[in-house]
Ligand binder design. Structure first.
Ligand code: GLN
Length: 446
């Protein structure tokens, strides 16, 4: 753990992944573990891990990347924090994100932009950009992120690491600051597939405090990491390799397909015809849910209160105007608009119908195949400022990741090549609660 903090200190100037370090507590925990010794049930004891700063911790502030929560300290630990601690994992600190997890570059953080681990002139992706950069730069072997429309998989792809968004319901979201509750899911980012499976083992399982958490036994996700995937049926959606996807990315995915075939998998092309409605529907539904979830930040119950406020109305209006950044405000406006009388039918209801069609596309493919593969993102990492000021371009880049959140399906990104020195991610999508097959395939591919 001492080495970890040395490493963080020496690399942080270039990476800027951390918002808060947990040095004192982490060292204390490490000493306790040293005294007790590591038992076989506590395989992960003493391993350092970073945590996205939208997951609440009672020992450290939780900012959600926002001025609104700059000095907020939770009175309880999120369920995943408790699980991590039971497994002996040591939380070394909280890492940067786009404000309230809204974004794909980590440039929407109120505090600072994090840098890509491979090239410090490029973004790390987002919103779990701090998580991905802290792992890829070797600061920590693992991080916990959250994914509403790609926020684990896209930064994993941009940093050349492994990121898993488990099935909706697999990991408790108790203590995750809600963005869009019907889509949010917590999952691990790591350097290898096996590490990822080990961390998911530790954080999964039913939690009565999260009503959407599934009452299902958690298999050992490392049990089938044999390298054998003979006969596995893999689908490649034609829509995932269309124009808009960079040629180098397409080529890397084609190479990956060949690798899967050489490992004995059966790879066939399929269609997910409603993919094209995904982004539009996602930004309506996720913003609608966000506009509701973010009502609690009213200057009274949590966080920032404008010092200039003179009346109750002022407290609400000024605290929210000063406390939220531009992207968060944009989404609250979009969400409130699409839920309002007069636009509900044309926008929110239509988006919900599109969501159903997208789910049905997946049901159809998964009735015949074990796995879907394609690119995680249409391009490799962008430069700073290159895309963030063009919200629509930014939103369109989520075309390949949002559909699986709509369906609650598990999605994973594993490294599959480079384009001009920047990593490319291969996306694997699995059936509900079948992360096991994804890990098996990813391990054989890795
Ligand atoms: N980029 C997407 C968005 O901005 C995804 C965010 C996420 O998964 N948290 O909404």
């Amino acid at each position: 753990i001492t080495d970890t903090f040395d490493r963080i200190e020496s690399t942080e100037k270039e990476i800027d992944a951390f918002l808060t370090l947990n040095k004192e507590n982490a060292l204390k925990k490490a000493e306790e573990i040293d005294e007790k010794g590591i038992t076989s049930e506590k395989l992960l004891a003493g391993i350092p891990i970073s945590v996205k700063d939208n997951i609440v911790t009672k020992d450290m502030r939780t900012t959600a990347g926002s001025k609104m929560l700059e000095n907020f300290v939770s009175v309880y630990d999120a369920a995943v924090i408790e699980k991590m601690s039971e497994a002996g994992l040591i939380n070394v600190g909280k890492v940067n994100l786009d404000e309230f997890a809204m974004g794909g570059t980590t440039e929407n953080s109120y505090f600072k932009p994090t840098k890509n681990a491979w090239d410090q002139t490029k973004v790390p992706g987002g919103s779990s950009g701090g998580s991905a950069a802290s792992v890829a730069s070797g600061q920590v072997p693992a991080s916990i992120g959250s994914d509403t429309g790609g926020s684990i998989r896209q930064p994993a792809a941009f940093n050349g690491i492994v990121g898993m968004k488990p099935t909706y319901g697999r990991v408790s979201r108790y203590g995750l600051i809600a963005f869009a509750s019907s889509l949010d899911q917590i999952g691990p980012l790591t350097r290898t597939v096996k590490d990822n499976a080990l961390i998911l083992n530790a954080i999964s399982g039913h939690d009565p405090k999260d009503s959407t958490s599934a009452k299902l036994a958690v298999p050992d996700f490392t049990a089938n990491l044999t390298g054998d995937i003979k006969g596995m049926k893999i689908a490649v959606p034609e829509e995932y390799l269309k124009d808009g996807v960079a040629p180098d990315v397409c080529q890397a995915v084609q190479e990956a397909i060949k690798t899967f075939e050489s490992l004995g998998a059966i790879v066939e092309q399929v269609s997910l015809p409603h993919t094209k409605y995904g982004v539009a529907a996602y930004y309506i539904i996720s913003s609608a849910e966000a506009s509701s979830n973010l009502q609690r930040f009213d200057g009274i119950r949590y966080g920032y209160r404008s010092p200039e406020a003179k009346s109750l109305e002022d407290v609400y209006v000024m605290s929210r105007s000063e406390g939220f950044g531009p992207e968060v405000k944009r989404r609250i406006m979009l969400g409130t608009f699409s839920l309002s009388e007069g636009s509900y039918d044309a926008h929110f209801k239509k988006a919900s119908q599109a969501r159903t069609l997208i789910r049905q596309d997946f049901d159809h493919v998964f009735s015949e195949y074990d796995l879907i593969i394609g690119p995680t993102t249409p391009t490799v990492a962008y430069g700073f400022g290159e895309i963030v000021d063009d919200p629509v371009a930014m939103y369109m880049a989520d075309v390949l990741t949002v559909p699986s959140n709509f369906a609650g399906l598990p999605g994973m990104s594993v490294p599959c090549g480079f384009s001009e020195g920047l990593p490319i991610g291969l996306q694997l999508l699995g059936k509900h609660f079948d992360e096991d097959t994804m890990y098996r395939a990813a391990y054989a591919f890795e």
